[in-house]
Design a protein around this ligand. Structure first.
Ligand SMILES: Cc1cc2nc3c(=O)[nH]c(=O)nc-3n(C[C@H](O)[C@H](O)[C@H](O)COP(=O)(O)O)c2cc1C
Ligand SMILES: O=C(O)C(=O)c1ccccc1
Length: 335
């Protein structure tokens, strides 16, 4: 195995500023301890859930991450094969280095993430292209009016993909050239809602931390909320995802699914997030590390181990189903 180029490792691992939020996403779980129930005769727990009408084998999905071909030559195709092998959903990044049609050829369940582009026609084209390829939901990332200041990348001079790799889904249908991703500080709710007119797919907003924004998303008829600080890569100093979750779940009141990403590494983290009100979780970096270490099989191993761990932790907590993961199973302790 070639191993990751240290510059690319920094791109994947790193975050904004002092990486306080990167760190906080993981350490915030340390303050939350489980209060297990006993003698509940659960048998083997059932970790399945239904999301947008589809039964998934468990509550762990793949978060959108850019540039998989920097981690492994098979790139997003390998990740998608692993998603297919395990039955989970892969959220394909707008910054994928493989065309969505090729990723869809694996037969995996896919969602597609996008940043609405100032060129509205191109955004509509992209949503239509993803839908035509067979994705079953759109994820609109709303925490990126500008790029976070990623100091590792600045130090390393990592600015762009090496030649031979490109954001294949940004190919202009007319010119055939790959467009640059434009982050748009003028983006508003109306820009997200414009996607409603071009697709019947469920639309989730990703990157919500404030409960008022979650309430707004529901009020505007969006289909799901992803509590996320972009893995600490955007606003350094933003609250850890798991700490933003309770207020968001309270604001949403079960009207739409509330997903969470950021710092989820173990079955205990998954169970903690669900007990705090998440419907499901997504993982970002663990997928990249599995991909870099072993391609399709590496990602499948990460997904399978986490899945098995979730089932074990459910059993140890006395929970037969995900619905039994409730806030009474948690205690907050002093660090
Ligand atoms: C290398 C990398 C690339 C990412 N690219 C995207 C992206 O293209 N679009 C997006 O919405 N989020 C992106 N994210 C954020 C992830 O979707 C997710 O929010 C985050 O990785 C979750 O935290 P975790 O890595 O601690 O699991 C990226 C994260 C990483 C680490
Ligand atoms: O790295 C990221 O977090 C990210 O979102 C991204 C988006 C577009 C291109 C490269 C990275």
């Amino acid at each position: 195995m070639a191993g990751l180029d240290p510059v690319h490792r920094d791109f994947f691992a790193g975050g904004a500023g002092d990486e306080r939020t990167v760190h906080a996403n993981e350490t915030a779980f340390d303050r939350l301890r489980l209060l297990p129930r006993v003698l509940r005769a659960t048998g083997v727990p059932d970790p399945r859930l239904t999301l947008f009408g589809t039964v998934l084998p468990g509550p762990v999905l793949i978060a959108p991450t850019a540039f998989h071909r920097l981690a492994h030559p098979d790139g997003e195709t390998a990740t998608a094969h692993a998603a297919r092998d395990t039955g989970t959903v892969m959220t394909v990044s707008m910054a994928a280095t493989t065309p969505i049609e090729k990723i869809a050829g694996t037969g995996a369940r896919l969602w597609f993430q996008l940043y609405p582009q100032p060129d509205r026609d191109f955004t509509a084209h992209l949503a239509g292209r993803a839908a035509a390829a067979g994705v079953t939901a759109l994820v609109v990332t709303v925490d990126s009016p500008v790029f976070g200041r990623r100091e590792r990348d600045l130090r390393n001079g990592f600015l762009d993909l090496p030649s031979g790799l490109a954001c294949e889904n940004l190919r202009d249908p007319v010119t055939g050239r790959v467009r640059d991703i434009v982050l748009d500080p003028s983006l508003g709710w109306d820009d997200v809602l414009r996607l409603r007119a071009v697709t019947r797919l469920p639309i989730l907003v990703k990157g919500v931390l404030h409960p008022a924004d979650a309430a707004e998303a529901v009020a505007r008829g969006l289909d799901g909320v992803i509590v996320s600080n972009h893995g600490g890569r955007q606003l350094d100093g933003a609250v850890a995802s798991i700490d933003a979750l309770p207020a968001v779940a309270e604001a949403v009141r079960g009207r739409v699914p509330v997903l969470l990403d950021g710092g989820v590494r173990r079955g205990t983290d998954v169970v903690t997030a669900l007990a705090r009100g998440a419907t499901a979780v997504l993982i970002g970096r663990p997928v990249i590390w599995g991909l870099a270490a072993g391609g399709r099989d590496g990602v499948a191993t990460v997904l399978r181990r986490l899945h098995e761990d979730v089932v074990r932790v459910m059993a140890l907590c006395g929970a037969a189903t995900l619905a039994e993961l409730t806030p009474d199973l948690l205690r907050e302790v002093r660090p």
